[in-house]
Write a protein that binds this ligand. Structure first.
Ligand code: PTJ
Length: 256
């Protein structure tokens, strides 16, 4: 149901994001569980103060450096990502020369085609992974996510996995791939298993990733590699949890 969101509503931005997801659901891009997943994300965003925290900025810069040194980077797109940030996905794919592949947890050919159409409307020219094009299998993965495109994720060296489930993150790293997750929950299995986890809302993280790619473009491979080789994901996640912890402790004191 649509309402006219007043510009001065204190939660206007959050309501606008919800509206995009609702619209995505009505158009058949977003899975019903995608709405629930968004709610979990919102709760963590609330705890973070709905801003890009310093460890997330560091993870974004590291992700930009990793994408620029990758040989065959692929961005995996699901329903929520397509509904929220299709334009930004295309921008990143162009600036980092990354392929785009549709990969769904709740797989249906109908939804894959709708997501592909949305991405093409945003300017994508070669969207992989739709229907029979997902001709290869990620070993030891039970979910529908195991079907991937042999030109894309199967042969990729770096995979960007926004709003992901832990099983596939683990399976991709077992295949020797580097993974860049975007997940507001620093405690999730995806966050723990990815090579780089950006603990930020995808609507903020991706535009910042584009800016960082542009900023690092002229650097040598050696310099770029140094950035991602020095990055410690476990330490970075710990900093995210500490920020939430400090914020809650301060708020609890203020409440007394
Ligand atoms: O479109 P499909 O079929 O591939 O399904 C997509 C969902 C998201 C339903 C599927 O991947 C799923 O069930 O994901 P999970 O296991 O619920 O994990 C989603 C994660 O994304 C959770 O840890 C959320 O906190 C996080 N999240 C939700 N919204 C955002 C987010 N992270 C960043 N930005 C968001 N806007």
């Amino acid at each position: 149901m649509r309402i006219n969101i007043p510009k001065d509503h204190p939660r206007a931005e959050s309501l606008r994001i919800r509206e995009k997801l609702e619209e995505g659901f009505e158009k058949g891009l977003v899975a019903s569980a995608g709405l629930i997943a968004h709610g979990r994300g919102e709760a963590f965003d609330y705890l973070l103060g709905e801003r890009t925290i310093p460890p997330a900025s560091q993870a974004i810069r590291t992700a930009a450096a990793m994408l620029l040194t990758a040989e065959n980077p692929v961005i995996s797109v699901n329903g929520n990502t397509a509904a929220l940030v299709a334009d930004e996905i295309v921008r990143i794919s162009k600036s980092a020369k990354a392929k785009i592949e549709v990969n769904l947890f709740y797989r249906s050919t109908e939804r894959e085609i709708k997501i592909k159409d949305r991405l093409e409307k945003a300017g994508a020219s070669n969207v992989l992974g739709v229907s029979r094009e997902a001709d290869a299998r990620i070993p030891e993965l039970g979910s529908e996510r195991c079907c991937v495109d042999s030109r894309g994720m199967y042969t990729a060296d770096v995979v960007v996995i926004p709003l992901e489930d832990g099983d596939r993150t683990e399976a991709l790293s077992k295949m020797g791939k580097k993974t860049i997750a975007v997940d507001l929950n620093p405690l999730s299995r995806t966050s723990q298993k990815a090579s780089i986890t950006i603990v930020d809302n995808i609507v903020r993280a991706l535009p910042t990733l584009t800016e960082n790619i542009k900023d690092l473009e002229g650097k040598s491979d050696l310099e770029l590699e140094r950035i991602w080789k020095e990055f410690d994901n476990t330490k970075n996640l710990k900093k995210c949890v500490e920020i939430i912890n400090k914020r809650l402790t301060r708020m609890a004191k203020e409440a007394n």
